[in-house]
Structures are given as C-alpha cells and as structure tokens.
Design a protein around this ligand. Structure first.
Ligand code: SF4
Length: 357
C-alpha cells in the first residue's frame, strides 16, 4: 500500500463492510497503477480512486430514501425461488451467471447481493432459464450479467449461448467492466466466442482516464473481430459529474467506435450518499453536454433505473422541489424518486487533472 493512502480509513471501511454486508475493497494491479498516478497528482478522493476505494464521505454521509435494493429486483424474479433470472421488461431479461467481479466497484448497486457470495459460476439456473424461455417466446434478448460475466469460462458461456439460441432467442448481450480493470480477462478465446454468437458487448466505463493505451488496444482488437460494442454508466458525484468529463468520455468512446447508450442517475442504495447528485444538477450537466456537442453525443439518453422501468425526463409527472420528490410515470405506474438535497452535494475539483486526455 502506498504511503499516500489512508490505512485507517480502509480499516474503518472494512468493519463497516463486514457489519453491513457491503462488497469489500478489491482492486486489480492494472487499475491500481492508474489510481496511484492519480493520487500522486491530486491526492486521495479523485475519480478513479473513488470508483474502487472508500472515502470519508462514503462512511459518514447519508441521504434520504436509501434502501438495500433500489430497483427492487426481488419483485422481478419470474421463476419462483430463483434469484438469477430477472425480468423487468416484456422483451428481455437478465441472467446472472456469476457473483464474482474482477474488481469491486465502490458504487456497486448489487453490493449486498454480491457480498453474500462470490461464486465464480452459478451452475443451477441454466435449465430454469431455458424452461422459462420456452414458455415465453415473446422474449427476444437475454442479457448476461453478474457480477462480471467475463470471468465465466468460455466453455460455460458457450453452453449458455448455444442453449439460449436453440430455443430461438435472437439477441444476446454481455455486460462487463473488466475492460478497465483488467483487459486481459477478455481473452482471444472469449472474444472469438462473442463474435461467433454475435453477442453485443456492453462496457461500463466511467471516466475518460480509465481509457489508457492498453484499454484502447483491447477495444481495437475487439473491433477487428466485428463485435458490436456499447457503453453505459451511472453519473456519480466525484467521478464523472461534470459536463467536460462526460463530453470527453463520449467523444473518446465514439472515436473507438463504442456507442454510448445511456447515462443512469445514481441508485439510492445504502452507503450511496457520497455518489448522489441533485437531479437539477444532473439535468444542468446533461443540458450542457447536449447543447455543446454533435448529434452522436447529444442523442445519449439520461435515465433513472426505477422499479417501474427506465424513467426519462419526459416521464416526470410532478416535481415537488420543497419536499424533494420527483414523481415519474411509466406506463401508468407512478414512482416517487427521492431527490438528493443540494446542501449535501459537493462538487469535486479533482475530476480532470491531466493537461491532455
Ligand atoms: S463490475 Fe458491476 S457487479 Fe461488479 S462490483 Fe462493479 S458494478 Fe458491481
């Protein structure tokens, strides 16, 4: 551990994590080198540091409306007694293939579920998934999720892809953050498999400084295999809550032929206050990016993953600024989103510290 890091803070977080079933700190050497560089430049608490290490605010700041499972996945398990299949939309479902990650994100919205176990491969649910897909021919996409499914062996993934395709589901998608934590996880064998089954690959890249030459080279390798690449990520305080950061991120991704799909507002889960941003500030950031960028950037969607579905600004039915409640309406279902108070929000001055990208 570098001397610039606060070991006392890490020890305090370890106790809090154990008591509250949060994911422990786990960082790859590859990512830590970038964090070390950032810490040497701006001290602790910069954007990459905050993605993987605890801050004082994470331990001491609390906001209104925090719950364990904000998107209420437990209300969307279509197979009784099984928590690896999640269906929230008519045409697609999520399939959890692993509870392990390459590196633990400090903002992980599945932190409590994942902290309870670290199974590299979830073995038992594939038969249940296939039976469910056979009964529901309207489903057209299976999203392979986790944990980080890039950790599942290509052999196991091949079985999943083959069986899903056998029952006639045309689209497969795999979400991973391994591209920034350890690009070597995306092996030639895995990429060939994704290409063979035409699996859409979705990264969760948070900040432009996560994209170094090694990451760029891996993305180029993936592109050469003709695999479709996308990105989506949350907007989080102290990580990317700045219009210039987002514009740089979107531009860099576009240059690499990675299509940014959406930006998500932070999930209101336990210990999330240090990442949360008042909705008004999020709209200001997004509006700036929209007004100051080309169509391939300003077509990106701002969404809130809420229990009735993906809430966009046009889904806002009421906004009680005094009470801090934003009511979204999706398909006739209303949901009260608890906004983050402006007085608790702090803007970081450490987000863009390099002269050039
Ligand atoms: S990669 Fe995804 S599932 Fe894993 S810790 Fe990060 S946010 Fe959570």
């Amino acid at each position: 551990m570098s001397n610039n890091y606060d070991q006392t803070l890490f020890d305090r977080f370890k106790c809090v994590a154990e008591e509250n079933h949060l994911l422990p700190t786990m960082v790859t050497d590859f990512y830590k080198k970038k964090v070390d560089e950032e810490v040497a430049a701006v001290g602790i608490g910069g954007p990459l540091y905050k993605c993987v290490y605890p801050t004082e605010e994470k331990l001491t700041l609390f906001g209104p409306g925090e719950v364990e499972d904000f998107v209420q996945e437990y209300n969307h398990y279509p197979v009784a007694g099984n928590t690896d299949i999640v269906r929230q939309y008519p045409n697609r479902l999520l399939f959890m293939t692993t509870e392990a990650c390459v590196c633990n994100c400090s903002y992980c919205f599945r932190t409590i579920k994942l902290a309870e176990s670290d199974n590299i491969v979830i073995e038992d649910s594939l038969d249940l998934l296939i039976d469910y897909l056979k009964e529901h021919p309207e489903l057209e996409e299976v999203i392979i999720s986790g944990g980080d499914p890039a950790l599942v062996s290509p052999k196991r993934l091949r079985t999943i892809f083959e069986r899903v395709r056998e029952v006639g589901v045309p689209y497969l998608r795999l979400h991973t953050r391994s591209i920034v934590y350890n690009p070597e996880v995306l092996t030639e064998e895995l990429l060939d498999l994704l290409a063979e089954f035409d699996v859409r690959l979705v990264f969760h890249i948070m900040h432009p400084y996560e994209i170094c030459d090694v990451v760029r080279a891996k993305i180029n390798q993936i592109r050469e295999k003709n695999i479709r690449m996308y990105n989506q990520n949350p907007i989080l305080a102290g990580i990317n809550d700045d219009p210039l950061v987002l514009k740089k991120l979107f531009t860099e991704l576009d240059n690499l032929r990675v299509r940014q799909m959406s930006i998500f507002t932070p999930d209101i889960i336990a210990y999330s206050a240090s990442f949360r941003i008042p909705y008004k500030r999020i709209c200001e950031i997004f509006d700036w990016v929209n007004y100051n960028s080309s169509a391939w950037v300003n077509s990106i969607r701002l969404v809130s993953a809420i229990p009735p579905g993906k809430g966009r600004r046009e889904n806002i039915k009421r906004w009680d600024k005094e009470k801090g409640i934003i009511t979204f309406e999706i398909n006739g279902v209303e949901f009260d989103y608890v906004d983050f108070p402006e007085e608790l929000y702090k803007k970081s001055d450490k987000l863009l510290w390099k002269e050039n990208l």
